[in-house]
Design a binder for this molecule. Structure first.
Ligand code: PMP
Ligand code: GLN
Length: 386
């Protein structure tokens, strides 16, 4: 007797492609994780806390020092004024933050506007919370929404919109105008915005992340979600942040207390230390990733691939059809990992209906030598597929 939402739900595409990468000994440019270990001083701070500080339950809403560090970080980097005591909840990763937001803020029958391509956790969690998904389909190469698309999706029953910017897997950042438009619709329909901003620190070419919560009228109706795993490039560190006005935070914390209650204290301490004392990271990390993006882009273009613009995240996308490759993304990825030794992610996996089937996502958060070897193999794949 399995709940219908979870009955026959397949294993995530990330786990599947990483499994195939292991099986075939392939270079894994699929699942998004850097191949270095993350900043040593931050890991040392967590290690010190593990040995020297309490390993018992920390406060349910998170270590006070981490809540203060999150508020300070967002004030410095995004100009937000956040009360660490009443507006911040620490969760076990952004995934738990998403679950807490959906469980506490959606009532059965509420409509939830979501953008495709969508991160794989959203739809099952929204449905399990009783939400009725209203999907807005974004398409390459720009992956943008407009007024008509939003007005078609929003209704009197809209309770929530879920925005992911920078957008995984499309690697685009919502513009100021697009955010203002979404804010206008949220205010008009009295809807809550759940903003998955886990990629906020990974933006390129001089961009600055603009949080929707800072737009007029959005302060009291936005849940801003962050992830230390992404901020510090240590994806196994499941430490997430929920930032929202006090009434929303009370609801979020009520859900969080029965999902995980709390998150390992040494990791919280490590993140707090990093946010306060390792600030240069937020300059060097995106600059290094931008160089990796450029290296992979140049190599792929030289090999004849059409590469879509990557404005942020660890990812870039190639357009197979435009590159003269006639197979769909799933076929390409399955054959690429088995026959050419490179794992990638088919972007159709991020669609619930009417998928884009010609785009493949590659992770560039890797050493130069790994990227160069992957380019050689992908060059051979392109010749074979054309
Ligand atoms: N949202 C998006 C868009 C993501 O890409 C990810 C992970 N890559 C998550 C949420 C989950 O973050 P966490 O690992 O902190 O749970
Ligand atoms: N968010 C990561 C990605 O997009 C994967 C996370 C996971 O494997 N659950 O690759």
């Amino acid at each position: 007797m399995v709940h219908p939402v979870f009955d026959n739900l397949p294993t995530t595409i990330f786990e599947r492609m990483s499994g195939l990468a292991r099986q075939h000994g392939a270079i894994n440019l699929g699942q998004g994780f850097p191949d270095d270990q993350g900043p040593l001083p931050v890991r040392e701070a967590a290690a010190r806390a593990l040995i020297e500080s309490s390993n018992q339950y920390p406060p349910m809403r998170g270590l006070p020092e981490l809540r203060a560090a999150v508020a300070g970080h967002y004030e410095r980097t995004q100009g937000l004024t956040i009360d660490p005591d009443t507006e911040v909840t620490i969760t076990s990763g952004a995934t738990e933050a998403l679950a807490a937001a959906f469980l506490s803020l959606i009532a059965p029958g509420d409509e939830v506007v979501l953008f495709q391509p969508l991160y794989d956790a959203y739809l099952p969690l929204v449905r399990r919370a009783g939400g009725v998904p209203k999907l807005v389909r974004l398409a390459p190469p720009h992956w943008r929404f407009d007024r008509a698309m939003l007005e078609a999706a929003f209704s009197d029953r809209t309770r929530m919109v879920v925005l992911n910017s920078p957008l995984n897997p499309a690697a685009v950042v919502a513009s100021e105008d697009d955010l203002a438009l979404l804010a206008e619709l949220c205010v008009r329909h009295d809807a809550i915005a759940v903003c998955d901003e886990v990629w906020e620190a990974v933006v390129f070419d001089g961009r600055r992340h603009r949080p929707l919560i800072g737009f007029p009228g959005m302060g009291e109706r936005t849940v801003k979600i962050g992830s230390a795993g992404k901020l510090f490039g240590m994806t196994g560190w499941k430490v997430g942040f929920l930032v929202a006005a006090p009434p929303l935070t009370r609801a979020l914390a009520a859900a969080h207390q029965f999902l995980t209650f709390t998150t390992p204290p040494n990791l919280q301490a490590g993140v707090a230390w990093g946010l306060e004392h390792h600030r240069t990271w937020f300059e060097t990390m995106p600059a290094d990733l931008q160089r990796s993006r450029d290296r992979l882009t140049a190599g792929l273009r030289a090999a004849g691939y059409v590469v879509l613009e990557s404005q942020g995240t660890y990812f870039l996308n190639v357009d197979l059809a435009a590159s003269g490759i006639a197979v769909d993304d799933v076929t390409f990825c399955e054959r690429c990992v088995a026959e050419f030794g490179v794992a990638a992610i088919p972007v159709s996996a991020f669609f619930a209906e009417d998928p884009v089937r010609t785009v493949v996502r590659l992770c560039f958060a890797k050493a130069d030598a790994t990227l160069d070897e992957a380019v050689e193999r992908l060059a051979a794949a392109r010749v074979a597929f054309s």
